[in-house]
Design a protein around this ligand. Structure first.
Ligand code: CAA
Length: 258
């Protein structure tokens, strides 16, 4: 596999693992790091052997946010003309499921990167937050949008306006995080879930992700319509025939991703 400066990539069976690797800087999300994450995501997304992707950091930090040292001297004209952080949105076009395995700090852009993944699993000591207000700015990669959709207005306002951190236990209770594990078991559990997902028919998984994501964009009526049309469309797959035949014949299905 490719070698990068700020991340590590390895495949575990059908799972692509991306480990943020600027340990000393608490995985501060420099421009180089985010470009490398995008490249790794897009490489896994186009690799037919890969069925799901896990993004993780270190035990101390998933990521402590955008790189403040890189941002401190930037001017409005510069960030506006270059659409600074615009490329962070490329993760939204990844078709395969993404799981964030969060230990330690997920602050600012780190929290936003985790929220850009499809599922968040957290270690029991993980700390989340949108502390941008303490730097004289606001979240710039979805913090005011995704956090609000995930936890509701009052909590999103409280935490974005105060910059206060919140715990893995709070995040799990509010539904931002789906499960918490002891920190040394977190990555194994995230990979286990990713392997399970990667074991299903890829086009069905892709349609499922697309349908859930449409719940953020569409009215209930349009969303239900879109879901039913996708459901019906999957009847064109060989894997639909195989999955249902296997059930009736009491055997394991052999997916061909067609
Ligand atoms: N950018 C650049 N460097 C960072 C960083 C960041 N976001 N977070 C930590 N670092 C660096 C520190 O400067 C320090 O470097 P030096 O050793 O060279 O001084 C090193 O990482 C270790 O950090 P600390 O010494 O601060 O470690 P700590 O254990 O005392 O504190 C922490 C940990 C509470 C996470 C603290 O580092 C911190 O508050 N970090 C900044 C968090 C933050 O404000 N994030 C939001 C960034 S803005 C943003 O993300 C915008 C957006 O919406 C996209």
């Amino acid at each position: 596999s490719k070698s990068y400066n700020t991340i590590l990539v390895e495949t575990r069976g059908k799972v692509g693992l991306i480990t943020l690797n600027r340990k000393k800087e608490l995985n501060a999300l420099s421009s180089e790091l985010f470009h490398e994450v995008n490249d790794a995501l897009e490489t896994y997304d186009s690799d037919s052997e890969i069925g799901a992707i896990v993004i993780t950091g270190s035990e101390k930090a998933f990521a402590a946010g955008a790189d403040i040292k890189e941002m401190r001297d930037k001017t409005f004209a510069e960030v506006y003309k270059t659409n600074f952080l615009g490329h962070w949105g490329r993760i939204n076009d990844i078709k395969k499921p993404t799981i964030a395995a969060v230990n330690g700090y997920a602050l600012g852009g780190g929290c936003e990167l985790a929220m850009s993944c499809d599922i968040i699993y957290a270690g029991d000591g993980a700390i989340f937050g949108q502390p941008e207000i303490k730097l004289g700015v606001i979240p710039g990669a979805g913090g005011t949008q995704r956090l609000t959709r995930a936890v509701g207005k009052s909590k999103a306002m409280e935490y974005a306006l105060s910059g206060r951190p919140f715990t893995a236990q709070e995040a799990e209770k509010w539904g931002l995080v789906s499960k918490i594990f002891p920190k040394d078991q977190l990555l194994g559990e995230a990979i286990k879930l990713a392997e399970e997902i990667a074991g299903f028919s890829q086009p069905a998984i892709q349609a499922c992700k697309e349908a859930v994501n449409s719940a953020y964009e569409l009215s209930l009526k349009e969303g239900m319509h879109f879901e039913r049309r996708l459901f019906q469309a999957l009847f064109a797959l060989n894997d639909k025939k195989e999955g249902m035949n296997a059930f009736v014949e009491k055997r394991a299905p052999k997916w061909t991703n067609t």
